[in-house]
Ligand binder design. Structure first.
Ligand code: SAM
Length: 179
């Protein structure tokens, strides 16, 4: 069975167009950033940790269409001023990294609210939640409630139903009006 990451990368290949502008809200090791850089016009990739940004830069060194930013993603509107086609969140902590540095329900909610207005009509928001670690279930509930609130999202859910498996929401923003 394919992992959520593999399924998202397959979805990216089928969906992302050459002129797309994408934002990776949780750069991490940069696997999602690299996939988007192969397909899109430009990727902005943000992470709060230097270790993540360094690994991601090394992974995608042949690509010159990525802007890496080391900052809290709640500050994303300082860097992304124009409309974008896709924003992706892969929540939690850096694999093999410092598990104390992880996304939280509060900061994720704030970051979602900051990037939402930048997503163009028919653009996408992709969020993967991990429920197995401390705070993960609460974060997932918060993300789910936030997504459910937006009636203009057409949402596809990747959920194997297995205990503690990651859950991914692929949300298409069908209009600017959320009612
Ligand atoms: C699961 S990893 C992302 C994996 C990544 N998408 C990949 O392809 O390798 C989650 C990342 O979120 C980052 N992070 C946690 N809190 C953050 C915050 N407030 N702002 C920005 N990044 C944050 C962590 O440093 C970690 O690298």
């Amino acid at each position: 069975m394919k992992s959520n990451t593999e399924l998202i990368h397959q979805w990216m290949e089928e969906t992302i167009q050459k002129d797309w502008v994408c934002v990776d809200m949780t750069c991490g090791k940069g696997r999602d950033t690299l996939e988007m850089a192969k397909l899109a016009h430009h990727v902005t990739s943000i992470d709060i940790q230097e270790a993540a940004i360094e690994q991601a830069k090394a992974l995608s060194s042949q690509y010159d269409n990525i802007t890496f930013i080391q900052d809290d993603h709640i500050n994303i509107s300082n860097y992304v001023k124009d409309f974008i086609h896709l924003a992706i969140f892969n929540l939690g902590y850096l694999p093999d990294g410092n598990k104390k540095i992880q996304t939280t329900a509060d900061s994720t909610l704030m970051a979602l609210s900051k990037i939402y207005p930048r997503i163009r009509k028919n653009g996408y928001l992709v969020v993967t939640c991990y429920v197995g670690h401390k705070g993960g279930k609460e974060e997932h509930e918060t993300v789910k409630r936030w997504i459910d609130h937006y009636k203009n999202f057409e949402t596809t859910i990747i959920d194997s139903g297995k205990r503690n498996a990651p859950i991914t929401y692929i949300c298409k923003k069908t209009s600017f009006d959320s009612r």
